[in-house]
Design a protein around this ligand. Structure first.
Ligand code: SPD
Length: 280
């Protein structure tokens, strides 16, 4: 008998993967957690029935949430990641030798533990306990509220704006992120699918401006296992406007599989259906 896992986008569309085996199924205090072994995408982590990361396409997401901002900032040393308990984002950050310290604040210990056990290539820095990495299991909203002017970059690697992640899309949270950053700091977050979720994207833009950020810019790429495969991220800062300030010439000698500087710059050039909706 064939076993398929489907992430439903509403009640009329879905994306399915053929499953070899369910490796883990659990209920944490925050969400339902599954790890599946699939035929085409290798091992897959789902939370509340939604694809979070897969062996096969995780590099695109984790490189794109990390390297554009690391390349844009003049000297990123102190980095905070909210969410991202699978470890993929911190793995990419720690490839940069300029980094002094990375704090990973993940609310759900089960995500960290299953990633270490079943997704070792993604969670490699968690497994190896990189000395530059501090892992804090707790509420990102509270952590950000208690941090003032200490981070160069703050990355929100969250789930979708349902369940435990809802508060990570609010004006209050964005205001506290701004306060947690140094004056020249940069905020980055995953910002859903421009194809299906344009209203969420519009409200992210509004909320980041309301929180007082001067520049709010979206960029995009494709992630095969996310809804529509067309995925976006947002950057906000008072100092850097990625559209004008993305360095033309700057050394980048990090080993990557997707990102390179010209692609990073180009990812801010949006398709019309997306650009028109968010124009000032
Ligand atoms: N629809 C899925 C959005 C999930 C974004 N975060 C994924 C976490 C990977 N580190």
């Amino acid at each position: 008998m064939e076993l398929w896992f489907t992430e439903k986008y509403g009640d009329k569309v879905g994306f399915s993967l053929k499953v070899k085996e369910t490796l883990f199924a659990g209920e944490s205090p925050y969400q339902t957690v599954h790890v599946l072994d699939t035929h085409m995408f290798g091992k897959v982590l789902t939370l509340d029935g939604l694809f979070m990361t897969t062996d096969r396409d995780e590099f695109i997401y984790h490189e794109m949430i990390t390297h554009p901002v690391m390349y844009l900032h003049d000297n990123p040393q102190d980095i905070l990641v909210i969410g991202g308990g699978d470890g993929g984002t911190v793995r990419e950050i720690l490839k940069h030798s300029c980094v002094n310290k990375v704090v990973l604040c993940e609310i759900d210990d089960m995500v960290i533990e299953v990633s270490k056990k079943f997704l070792p290539e993604i969670a490699v820095e968690l497994i190896n306990k990189n000395p530059k990495l501090e892992v804090f299991v707790g509420d990102g909203i509270k952590y950000v509220e208690d941090s003032k002017g200490i981070f160069d970059i703050l990355i929100v690697d969250s789930t979708d704006p349902i369940g435990p992640a809802v508060g990570l899309f609010s004006v209050e949270f964005y205001q506290n992120c701004k306060r947690a950053l140094k004056n020249d700091g940069i905020f980055v977050a995953q910002s859903e699918s421009p194809f299906y979720d344009i209203n969420i994207i519009k409200s992210i833009k509004l909320n980041l401006h309301d929180a007082g950020f001067k520049f709010v810019r979206f960029y995009y790429s494709y992630i095969p296992t996310y809804p529509s495969a067309c995925w976006s991220w947002v950057m906000a800062s008072d100092k850097y406007d990625p559209i004008n300030d993305f360095p033309e010439v700057k050394e980048f000698n990090i080993r990557t599989k997707y990102f390179y500087p010209e692609l990073g710059r180009a990812s801010f050039v949006l398709p019309l259906f997306f650009k028109k909706e968010i124009e000032d």
